[in-house]
Design a protein around this ligand. Sequence first.
Ligand SMILES: [Zn+2]
Length: 449
Amino acid sequence: MVAIPTTAHGVPSIKVSRNAINVRFADPPAVHDTRDLHKRAECGESIGSCSPGQCCSENGWCGTTGDFCGGPQCQLDYSDSCDTAKSPSGESTLGVDRSPLGTVPYGTEITQCTSPGTMALTFDDGPWEYTSMILDILADRGVKATFFVSGNNLGKGMIDDESTQWPSILRRMHSDNHHIASHTWTHRDLNQVNPDIRESEMVYNEMAFRNIFGWFPTYMRPPYAYCYWSTGCTDTVSALGYHIINMDIDTKDYLFTEPATIDNAKDRFASLFPTTAGDDGHIALAHDIHYQTVVNLTDYMIDLSLSRGYTLATVGGCLGDPEENWYRNADGGSSSSAETPALTPTPSPSVSPDQTCGDTAGYTCQGSAFGACCSYYGYCGASAAYCGTGCQAQHGSCDTLPSGLYTTANGLCGAQFDATCMSFVKWLPVGIQRAWGLPLNFQLLVSVG
Ligand SMILES: [Zn+2]
């Protein structure tokens, strides 16, 4: 058995920074003798929950500090006090109008800049103790970057807690004209959690931003860089009005956090985009929670990009999106709506307040927070399940479908829909009926035709 360093409580010693890494690709945790751990563990599957006020850690120990309650490792099923479950102060932002802003696409993953010859450097998982340093470096170099902020990961406390350094760091980030985007509240994998947690991971982060700035972002990057349509993730973040940003250059800096290894991240960066700027623009991923990234990799990325003829830009900037669209005022509209006259549409029929749409419901999806498309079943949404086969164009927007026979977007097929189910493979994640109100017979329809 491998010896595991332990704390006074016999808990395997886990450095806080471990929560920060992309777990999916990270070094595996230290090898445990699981039989031994289960014998001694205090909480978890087949053992039970911690006492009220305590958190069940990844390895089954009850406690109240960041090691137990922080980030995605805290076991929600056996704890009542994980950071994930704690909301920032004030009213929920869920009721804020989510009308689409600008022309950058929603509901699809964006991995590259659209402005030719641009390079967007992006930094995830902060703010952290090195974030002020990277802001200094970027200021010295005159470079604007994009920060995907996690509001309460790593057991660091809430970013809107004025007794911490986080609010002032974020205010400086904004006043330095960097682009601030969301990376969820506690860095949970949005594909793995239930719809309620998926939503609170986005909304709690919004509330913290609202408490600091009065607005919250319209751009997000999913933790671990995955947000699948099949799990409901794409629908959730799109319905909340977020652009989904990933990257085409992954430095994997979280694997190379030592002076002796950081050159591997540099080599990856150098090898993943053309040596001469051309028609393409690129989005590079690194993390401002790693010291070597901040003091070593960042200057390298700036120097190499410039030497290859690229223009360094923010994500919003390199997608041609005006800055007022990067943020949504907590009272609705874009961040500049206070200065611009509000449009006063008089929709008829009314915009759906509860996701229902169509003749019976009497609502349109155009302008609905749930998405602009009215599905065959009479529900508003933004994905192909709503905008594709059977979509009701008279009650909202629909995808433009090619003429002739095409592959169904949602299981509806046959002559009536000019669609085939031959290539349709789909599974419904647990909870989707609760989350999206799909009819119970939806799964049966999938196999018909
Ligand atoms: Zn992350």
